[in-house]
Design a protein around this ligand. Sequence first.
Ligand code: BGC
Length: 733
Amino acid sequence: MIKHLWAAALTASLLAGAAAPAAAAPRKAPAKAPGKAALSPDARAAALVAKMTPEEKLILVYGYFSTDFPSKKFTAPPEGRPGSAGYVPGIPRLGIPPQWQTDAGIGVATQGGAVKKRERTALPSGLATTATWNPELAFAGGAMIGNEARNSGFNVMLAGGVDLMREPRNGRNFEYGGEDPLLAGTMVGAQIAGIQSNHIISTVKHYAVNDQETDRNAGNSILDQSAMRTSDLLAFQFAIERSNPGSVMCSYNRVNGDFACENDFLLNQVLRKDWKWPGYVMSDWGATHSTAKAANAGLDQESGAPFDDVPYFAQPLKDALANGTVSAAQLDLMVTRIVRSMAAHGLLDHPVAESRIDYAAHAVVTRQDAEEGAVLLRNKQALLPLSRSTKRIAVIGGHADKGVLTGGGSSLVYPIGGNAVPGIVPTSWPGPIMYYPSSPMAEIAKLAPGAKVSYASGDDPAEAAALAKDSDVVIVFATSWAGESFDVPLGLPGYQDALISTVAAANPKTVVVLETGGPVLTPWADQVGSVLAAWYPGTAGGAAIANLLFGKVNPSGHLPASFPKSAEQLPHPAAPNAGDTIYAEGATVGYKWYDMKGLEPQFPFGHGLSYTSFGYSGLAASPAGSGLSVRFTVRNTGKVAGKAVPQIYVARKGWEAPKRLGAFSKVALAPGASRAVTVTVDPRLLATWDESAHAWRIAPGAYDVMLAASSRDIKQTVTVQVAARTLPVGWRP
Ligand code: BGC
């Protein structure tokens, strides 16, 4: 029952002419649409929409929150999945199932305080997965959480965050793919493709330039359109091309004045006209602000009633159709896009139902992701890996005796076993602050069976220093909780910087393990032996960290974002502001900014150490297709097996930055082994956007092609001659 008055009236009026009221819809998916699988998704959608009544069409474009919202006097529709993000009724007589929507990028989330939690597997944060630089792993992680979504009764996953990291203090960076369009688009795209391999829809989000949380419901991102095409939009473009997501979620913010969900440039022009993407746009929960303007600008589905102040689709859309401000043809287009995606991604033919989940197998997937995503930032005198015969190990801080931290907000996945450290405020939205019950300390003890492993909380620095002095090695866990709806400080919160310095002074054999949403300041980096960025490592994070510390797994993560030395190095040194944010730096984001300004970051984009060493040689590049073919050889020159991340940067004067990431690979090598690798550089990464020609332009002449181990560790450079070329706006590989 929907108790809120407007919602009740609306539902009644909408359903008056519909064949089957939502309240009577079955809990399980209806029978699949009969015998149409041979038709194309377009043909199926057209045939189904032709059979719909106007009221049925209006049902499909209006979604409900599927969780009670007491402060808005909203009760979740009974046909939804309790404690989930969304529910859109289906049309049983046409074989169109409801859309049961769940968050998000690390797994099946649960919303709301009072509801019974779905305890599920959580991947490491999106940023951690990106740090693997391994699209196959991202696909496997996506396939795993998509399987949990399907087996939890969901057919739409609100997953695949690809907002570019312009602001390291953005509270949602952990949900995204870092600062480079190619890396972010490739990795997030692979994850979405994995999710959708389960015959469900995934939703790439939050479109677009939603790069901070401060003033998130009204803030205005001001960014030149050409710069947008080569930065934030390019990340979305790559992700969409690689995954063909059924849906795009438009974001809360304004972009150049217009709200993203009623932004003709973003929705009609770029997504549909330029990119020819055939799916449907759903609004973020509370991001719709109008009826005719939004519908005509390209919004297809208003999500999450009652998050919007008033409903904009449903009855107001019915009124707009009656008074002609929205045409019947526009509504048909909106509904057709929704049904087309449902047909294209298997929702009509593969009904979802709750069924058994193989948590043991899924724990392996999340652990491997965490292991490959952790980045060894520093390792002085090979302090790591630790010997298994170490006698006295001090573990300090970060609740490492209990578990590992994760991020807050709508993406929060509840783990099997519940919160390892309950009660830390905030205990409700955007909390609870959640530690997954995978204790690094317990896992460390397992790998060093003869050791005395002692814990100090770090609350008393003197006690921690005394323990450090009395130990052979010290492992400090430093944490920074980030989440939706707030931005975070650049530095580690509280007295953790001082604690690390104090402990390192007592024992230089100090390893710092960072559990953070994104880059943080590390002013103590030179005082400690090793630093491992473990991000938010997911529900098997404790085991992953221990495996890395002891060399059971060789670190192979590389930074998807630069770690600054200080806030002064950032394009916007001051903390994020409300109102207008003018991105005057344009497409010069992340490492491009540091390169352009000649700044030395603390740890550069692409950086990541290993317990082995790699040799890079034989770089050759030649034009191929519209882009480049680049060949080189990587050799494992050390004593243990490991995985290298060779990176190809391309450069030409006159760009927004001295160089751009053009391609990358992840290469597993036994000691002494070598591999010849060929990668291609997408021609758009050699081009600039020509606004007047509405096309990509490649200037003729010499381009530098660099083979690198990080954006600041170039091993070899060759020059290649490239012919002039114009690529149409819709060009895709
Ligand atoms: C978030 C989205 C999420 C939605 C539904 C919003 O608050 O911004 O990412 O998918 O809620 O839970």
